[in-house]
Design a protein around this ligand. Structure first.
Ligand SMILES: NC(=O)c1ccc[n+]([C@@H]2O[C@H](COP(=O)([O-])OP(=O)(O)OC[C@H]3O[C@@H](n4cnc5c(N)ncnc54)[C@H](O)[C@@H]3O)[C@@H](O)[C@H]2O)c1
Length: 318
């Protein structure tokens, strides 16, 4: 039987890019997009779904004979700090509904991403290890540590094949990011392509682990397609793409568009960034399912410019 895949939180930064990627692999009719908000430009099968509501989730699974879920709905780091209890409730209730639904409907596989936000000041700053101490300083990080442990619990207790990656900050051109601390690395390209000056909310030398969307999608599918016996981490795999600072990215963009200007006005997100690692050791992912990123800073910047210029030309057509 062909897999039928439900993507929850499909309108977000990763979902917008993941849906066509999954459609390419599994066939258009086999990928169902869902979100609490209606999509703007999506023409495939879509279900309006609040994933905190277990009954509604169950009904969608039954209606479409779903066999796998990619659960992307979450409140990210910066938004979460504005209302921590709300963020905790959304992040935990959606994840628990999905885990419970997988058990009830005997789903084949689940993907529930985690984040480098699980790390905190005690995790070690460079090449942070898989089993580093997890004492995050944001409610988002706290909810991701808890979710990782629930994933492991459902695997060991009920045999649910739930897989996870600790995504670094994702850089993508398909949509705008949804309120994380690494959003600057997407916003900056939009300003640069429009010939505008960018004001960065992090200090110039703040190194953070990041990943280009093509690598993030490839890692996701590689993990999900790996034979079950290869999966040795049942909380969430460390994943690395590249690491850079705002100044490093600025200099790189200036190589493409020399007139681009940037200034710095650090805000509350600086403290969040300071609590996170600068780089990640992902050797277990490399060993278990042969993970290897392909995009360095220059290649990422050129690809962002190429795609954003295309979007801009398309948007300005009469
Ligand atoms: N984007 C990144 O840089 C990054 C980094 C690390 C981890 N992640 C993780 O990857 C996943 C996807 O992130 P993203 O950047 O696409 O997030 P996003 O904020 O861009 O999108 C989240 C989507 O979830 C939807 N949503 C919110 N509450 C919902 C609910 N109750 N029911 C259904 N849908 C709901 C939102 O409408 C939104 O479309 C999240 O788990 C996030 O923590 C993302």
């Amino acid at each position: 039987m062909k897999d039928k895949i439900l993507v929850i939180g499909a309108n977000g930064q990763i979902g917008t890019a993941l849906i066509p990627f999954l459609e390419e692999i599994y066939g258009e009719g086999n990928v169902i997009a869902s979100d609490i908000n209606n999509p703007v430009n999506y023409t495939g099968v879509f279900e309006h779904l609040d994933a905190t509501k277990a009954d509604n989730l169950s009904a969608v699974i039954k209606k479409h004979d779903i066999t796998q879920i990619y659960h992307l709905a979450a409140i990210l780091s910066a938004r979460g700090e504005a209302d921590p209890v709300w963020a905790w409730n959304i992040n935990m209730q959606t994840s628990l509904s999905v885990l419970q639904a997988a058990r009830e409907h005997k789903l084949n596989k689940l993907f529930i991403p985690s984040s480098i936000a699980v790390f905190g000041p005690s995790s070690g700053k460079e090449m942070t290890q898989q089993n580093a101490c997890l004492e995050p300083s944001t409610v988002y990080g706290v909810s991701k540590v808890a979710t990782e442990n629930w994933c492991s619990y459902y695997y060991h207790k009920y045999g649910i094949d739930v897989r996870s990656l600790r995504y670094p900050g994702v850089v993508s051109h398909q949509s705008m990011p949804g309120g994380g601390t690494t959003d600057y690395a997407v916003d900056i390209f939009h300003k640069a392509i429009n010939g505008e000056k960018y004001t960065c909310y992090l200090k110039p030398d703040t190194a953070l682990p990041m990943i280009y969307i093509d690598d993030a999608l490839r890692a996701t599918i590689k993990l999900m397609e790996a034979p079950k016996k290869k999966i040795t981490v049942r909380t969430s795999y460390n994943l690395a793409g590249l690491s850079f600072t705002p100044d490093g990215l600025y200099q790189n963009i200036k190589n493409i568009t020399s007139s681009f200007e940037m200034e710095y006005q650090p805000d509350f997100r600086q403290a969040i960034a300071d609590s996170w690692p600068g780089s990640i050791d992902d050797s277990i992912a490399r060993n278990d399912w042969e993970w290897q990123p392909e995009f360095d800073l220059s290649r990422m910047s050129r690809d962002m410019f190429f795609h954003l210029a295309k979007h801009k030309a398309f948007a300005s057509q009469p």
